[in-house]
Design a protein around this ligand. Structure first.
Ligand code: ADP
Ligand code: MG
Ligand code: MG
Length: 252
């Protein structure tokens, strides 16, 4: 399970996370909601070990490991997967090649045997069919000219193949039409398992109609300020985040 205690994270000199505490038991899906600028993406980056996101205080334990002591590649090898809010485009690299490279890098880091080209082709054909993805899309350069929905499907395909144990989805719903949202959610739901934890970061409640969270947390001003069941997401949708925002200073 994931245990975050009193986590402080700075970007440059600027403190962004300011004492964030959160436990996600294995097998559970927790939603992180909150106003823009609250630090939601920063949490995802800090967990994945992105350079420049410096933990200055507190701890993160992942299945007993001190996660903050691990390099990003070591975290990925242990199954940490961050889905980006804005997927990168890589001209010149076919999507399929990218995914196979990522999968084999993970295999090497785990001391496992790499998958051969024919093996990979079989894996990726099965996974793309499950996700109702057009297989030909995988021959195109990664994300170049892909629609918002296609980029997300591409990410879900990567996830399905990398079999993460901690899955962090950062606003994976932004820019998706209803059909794409449903396909992405079905993909994510299919990845639910007793030994996998998920953090679903979203600004809107809509995604949680499709991905039912066990717990919902409100992140505001760098901390978890409220937690509850799925009903909390509905309450936030109705009431907004105003009650969690810092008061606006009076002008004298
Ligand atoms: P959210 O995802 O909740 O909208 P972010 O984690 O993206 O929030 O950002 C939290 C705060 O950190 C914001 O005030 C943002 O401007 C700031 N921030 C994020 N990344 C950087 C960066 N690379 N450099 C400077 N400030 C940053
Ligand atoms: Mg934002
Ligand atoms: Mg964000």
């Amino acid at each position: 399970m994931l245990k975050i205690n009193n986590l402080h994270v700075s970007v440059g000199e600027k403190p962004i996370l300011k004492g964030l505490t959160l436990d996600v038991p294995a097998g559970e899906v927790h939603a992180i909601m909150g106003p823009n600028g609250a630090g939601k993406s920063t949490l995802g980056y800090a967990l994945s070990g992105r350079p420049g996101y410096e933990a200055t205080e507190g701890s993160v334990q992942w299945n007993g490991d001190d996660m903050l002591a691990l390099e990003p590649a070591e975290r990925a090898a242990k199954g940490v997967f961050l889905s980006f809010q804005y997927p990168v485009e890589i001209p010149g690299v076919p999507a399929m090649t990218f995914v196979r490279t990522a999968l084999n890098a993970q295999k090497r880091a785990r001391g496992e045997v790499e998958v051969s080209a024919p093996e990979f082709l079989k894996l990726v054909k099965t996974a793309s069919a499950t996700l109702k993805m057009n297989f030909d899309m995988l021959k195109r350069p990664l994300n170049v000219g892909f629609s918002g929905g296609e980029k997300k499907r591409m990410e879900i395909l990567q996830m399905a193949l990398l079999e993460p144990s901690l899955l962090i989805l950062d606003e994976t719903d932004s820019g998706l039409d209803i059909d794409a949202l449903r396909i992405v959610s079905e993909g994510v739901n299919a990845l639910r398992s007793p030994d996998r934890s998920m953090l679903v970061i979203t600004h809107y409640q809509r995604l949680l109609d499709y991905i039912k969270p066990d717990r919902v947390h409100v992140l505001a001003a760098g901390r978890i300020v409220a937690s509850g069941g799925p009903e909390l997401a509905l309450k936030l949708e109705a009431e907004g985040y105003d009650q969690y925002l810092p008061p606006i200073p009076e002008i004298a």
